[in-house]
Design a protein around this ligand. Structure first.
Ligand code: NAD
Length: 416
């Protein structure tokens, strides 16, 4: 193996942020020298007393100081110079991730989206493709990633039950190995990492509403365990990296969220009911419909994620809308907003389906100054508009394969 020379080592040690800092320092030194301010401040007395010789020795001292400043910059861990600006969003082509991408791009940041498009799609972020601040990488977080960033929003994971149950092993790998990889990256580059955790860490809760001190009631071997336990261990990993390696972590426990760019096959109440109502199908309620849910609109969540990332709160924080409704109320409201004549159909209860879910958001209110502001009906109307357009899009873009003409072998007729 060829060993690197000292100059090459020095050059490869300089990353973009350090380079910016160094260039800044060099610029300050240049301006100061050019106009004699820096120099005269240090050398003024010597000039008067001892003439040119003293001046030269002062110049040497100043050069030495500049040298040590540069040396100090190169040796200091990255996070000591936390210049904000370069963001990584894993799962950024998904529902929440794409809205977060919009927010950070609109705020003028450099955003890199990493996604394997398992449940996400390019269409969610295509409006940014070609923008100089935007990069889209097709990458699976289960594999290590080497890039330079200041903040990592780690959202990569399927979120809806049909998606995470489709391949439980992959869900576990994404939430465990994927999170380890992102924490490793955060450690290497001195970035802050925000984990998109979930209210599912509370399982089928025995306390109501759920605050962050509640340890949860999760079935470790049930059908939802790959997701619930995956997120629980992802949280554990964050705090292990924080304690052992000094990585700055933020943990958002996200409650049910809805809005445009949700999956058509999301499988959760809001999308199910809207699609059923739009297509004139019965709205299917599992169980008696008395189980409760609380939904937040996606823009509220995105504002909460950004506020949490930029706060100094390292313990978990609930982000959700505490306005609770029964499933039956949701069905009736959506039917009314769509103007649908669909009936409501009751089916048998789903396994491990939580009976109650309502966040206690006092911590977010107090420490982040955050709370949801979008009224339920306003959010639902936007989601209904989106799903209506999606149905039209699907109807107009269906790929109907044309049957190939039958091949005839020479001299033989084809029998059907
Ligand atoms: N939407 C909600 O109501 C909700 C609630 C609680 C928690 N969350 C969390 O928020 C995050 C985003 O959820 P969402 O609703 O946007 O889901 P989503 O399925 O729309 O987005 C997840 C994204 O992660 C990508 N992804 C999955 N596995 C990956 C892998 N191995 N490597 C790279 N990318 C991968 C998917 O392709 C997708 O783009 C998830 O971590 C989820 O657990 C969401």
């Amino acid at each position: 193996m060829v060993s690197k020379g000292p100059l090459l080592r020095l050059l490869t040690a300089i990353n973009r942020r350090r380079m910016k800092l160094l260039m800044g320092l060099a610029f300050v030194a240049y301006v100061a020298c050019e106009y004699g301010l820096f120099f005269s401040f240090l050398a003024n007395r010597s000039l008067q007393e001892n003439g040119d010789q003293k001046v030269e020795s002062r110049i040497e001292e100043v050069s030495l100081v500049i040298y040590f400043v540069i040396y100090f910059v190169l040796r200091t861990p990255f996070h000591s110079f936390h210049i904000e600006g370069m963001y990584l969003i894993t799962g950024g082509a998904g529902f929440v991730g794409s809205h977060l991408t919009d927010k950070l791009m609109m705020d003028g940041h450099e955003v890199t989206v990493v996604d394997n498009f398992f449940t996400g799609r390019k269409r969610n972020v295509e409006h940014w493709i070609g923008h100089e601040n935007f990069e889209l990488i097709n990458h699976d977080v289960v594999e290590p990633l080497y890039i330079e960033v200041d903040q990592i929003y780690h959202l990569a994971s399927p979120a809806s039950p049909p998606n995470y149950m489709y391949n439980p092993i992959k869900t576990l790998k994404t939430n465990t190995i994927g999170t380890l990889n992102m924490l490793g990256l955060a450690k290497r580059v001195g970035a802050r990492l925000l984990l998109a955790s979930t209210s599912e860490v509370y399982g089928d809760p025995e306390v109501h509403p759920q605050n962050e001190d509640y340890w949860g009631h999760v079935n470790p071997i049930g059908p939802r365990a790959c997701y619930d336990e995956g997120k629980r261990v992802a949280e554990t990993m964050c705090y292990a990296y924080m304690k052992q390696e000094g990585v700055e972590v933020r943990v958002a426990r996200i409650f049910n969220t809805f809005g445009p760019r949700m999956h058509m096959n999301d499988g959760r109440v809001v999308s199910n009911f809207i699609l059923q109502a739009l297509q004139g199908e019965p709205l299917t309620v599992y169980g008696p419909g008395t189980q409760t849910r609380a939904f937040q609109y996606v823009s509220d969540l995105v504002n909460g994620l950004v506020a949490l990332m930029n706060s100094n709160v390292s313990s978990p924080v609930n982000l959700g809308n505490p306005e609770e409704h029964t499933i039956l109320e949701f069905a009736q409201l959506i039917k009314k907003l769509v103007g649908s004549g669909s009936e409501i159909q009751f089916l048998s209860e789903a396994q491990d389906d939580p009976q109650k879910r309502k966040p206690d958001i006092r911590k977010a209110k107090l420490l982040l100054g955050w709370e949801p502001v979008v009224p339920l009906e306003e959010g639902l109307n936007k989601a209904i508009h989106y799903f209506r357009k999606e149905l039209e899009y699907q109807a107009n873009n269906q790929y109907i394969p044309k049957p190939k003409p039958a091949r005839m072998k020479k001299g033989r007729t084809r029998h059907n």
